[in-house]
Each structure stands twice: as structure tokens, then as C-alpha cells.
Design a protein around this ligand. Structure first.
Ligand code: DGL
Length: 270
């Protein structure tokens, strides 16, 4: 494997860009190839089998682009498919759930943690599983927030409807006296300000993207895959639908300019 080959990152849509942003900040010498499966979003309401199939297809696509490691920048796909694809592909694959769970289990003071995510992520119980491994005394309360992803994808991050939904979703967790809240879907950090307003200043908000980028840096360093040549950064962005809308959105999130986003026909993913 050549160190100056790119890192593959994918999500069902734009949410994974919150992870890309952290990777670009923490390991700026690495090139990213991103895939957003916008034609098949949302993943959060789909079955485990379907999400595993999509994940496999995208991993093959990214490997075909010559990546040296892959980040599943989607909590739902990490929850449903990470273990399966790790056993199937001979390339480092990192998910977002474990790093986020560890961080939250360390951050809590009263041992009561809320997790918000898609229906798939919350019903999988995976956050609770990983958190108990780090801190067996934690109590984890999950709440699925199925309207958040479409609100973000529609650009309604600062809209009264989003405030209303954020308040409804989080009130059941605040009633449980949580002191830490995990943004357990990569779309949710884009709603951070809204969520902060409704939960107040005392709750610790955990964005797993930060720890994920840190884990990625550790894994590629450990495997001798860090880009040690003088970097010629040429990030590439692919989506399965709506390339121009995606490109414009990416430019509001990322620290670099996205000049072009390419549409990939999902039939081609096989
Ligand atoms: N951003 C994805 C996640 O972290 C899922 C959004 C969706 O439902 O497609 O779970």
C-alpha cells in the first residue's frame, strides 16, 4: 500500500462531511475520497441487511479508487455493517460509534448519558454496549430522531420547525437527568447550535467525529500508512444523486473549496 494514496469516507448524504472536516483539521496531509449515497438516503430507517449491502457496494467503489483506509462516517452503517465488512475486506475500516461511545463514557459526571440517532442506530443498542465496556456504571437513554436528517438535508438547520423537533426529541432525555448527550448521527453536528439552545449550557454535547478522526490518525500511523511525502491534496467527492446541491452544501461545511462533485449511477455500484 502506498502512503500517499487517499482515505475513503462515506455516508448516506452530507452528514459524513462533519467527519471529513475533523479529518482535514487533524491530518491535513491526507487526501479524501468521499461518497455520499444521496440517492438512497436515509439509511436510518432501512433494515440491517440493506445497509450492509449498500456498505459493501460503497467499500468496493472506494477500494476501486485506490484508498488505503476507509471511514464509515455514518452511525447507522457503523452500527449495522462495520463488523461484517471488517471481516470481509483486507483494508483498515473505522466506524464512528466506538470512538464516540468511549468519549461520552469518559465525559459523564453523573453516569447518565443520552444518545440521539437514527431509528437503526438507537434500536441496535450499540452505543450502550460500547459505553458499558468503558464504564460499566453508565446508564444510557436513547432517542431516535427520524426528522432530523431530512431537516438537515433540506437546509433547515435554523428553522422554527427544527427547534420544535429538537425540543420534543430531547425533552424525554432531559427528564432522565442526563448530563451528556451524544450526537449519534453524523448529520446532527450540523444542528449543534439548535440542540445547544434547547438543552441548555450544562449538558456536554459529544460529537463522535473528533474522536473518529483521532482514531483514524492512530490507525494509519500504526500501520505505517501516514502520508509522509509532500502532499499534493486533491480531494474528490462523489454522490449517487444531486451533485451540485451537495457541492454547494459541502462548501458551507468544509475548510477547503469543493470545485466539483461527480454523480455516480448506483447501478454501477453493482
Ligand atoms: N448520517 C447517518 C448516520 O450517522 C444517517 C442518516 C440517514 O438516516 O441516512 O446515521
Amino acid at each position: 500500500m502506498i502512503n500517499n494514496t487517499p482515505i475513503g469516507v462515506f455516508d448516506s448524504g452530507i452528514g459524513g462531511l462533519t467527519v471529513v472536516k475533523e479529518i482535514m483539521n487533524q491530518i491535513p496531509g491526507e487526501t479524501i475520497i468521499y461518497f455520499g449515497d444521496t440517492a438512497r438516503l436515509p439509511y436510518g430507517s432501512k433494515s440491517k441487511e440493506t445497509v450492509i449491502t449498500y456498505t459493501r457496494q460503497i467499500i468496493r467503489f472506494l477500494i476501486g479508487k485506490g484508498v488505503k483506509a476507509i471511514v464509515i462516517a455514518c452511525n447507522t452503517a457503523s452500527a449495522f455493517a462495520l463488523e461484517t465488512v471488517k471481516a470481509e475486506f483486507d483494508i483498515p475500516i473505522i466506524g464512528v460509534v466506538k470512538p464516540g461511545a468511549k468519549m461520552a463514557a469518559k465525559a459523564t459526571r453523573n453516569g447518565r448519558i443520552g444518545v440521539i440517532g437514527t431509528v437503526g442506530t438507537i434500536e441496535s443498542g450499540i452505543y450502550s454496549e460500547f459505553m458499558s465496556q468503558t464504564n460499566p456504571r453508565v446508564k444510557v437513554f436513547g432517542k431516535a430522531c427520524p426528522l432530523f436528517v431530512p431537516l438537515v438535508e433540506e437546509g433547515l438547520v435554523d428553522d422554527p420547525v427544527t427547534y420544535e423537533m429538537a425540543s420534543r426529541y430531547t425533552s424525554v432525555l432531559l427528564d432522565k437527568d442526563i448530563d451528556t448527550l451524544v450526537l449519534g448521527c453524523t448529520h446532527y453536528p450540523l444542528l449543534r447550535k439548535t440542540i445547544r439552545k434547547v438543552v441548555g449550557e450544562d449538558i456536554v454535547l459529544v460529537n463522535p467525529a473528533y474522536e473518529t478522526a483521532k482514531s483514524l490518525a492512530e490507525v494509519i500511523t500504526h500501520k505505517g500508512l501516514r502520508n509522509d511525502s509532500s502532499p499534493k491534496i486533491d480531494h474528490k467527492f462523489y454522490v449517487s444523486d444531486g451533485a451540485e446541491k451537495f457541492r454547494q452544501f459541502a462548501n458551507t461545511i468544509l475548510p477547503c473549496e469543493v470545485m466539483e462533485t461527480k454523480d455516480i449511477n448506483i447501478e454501477e455500484l453493482g
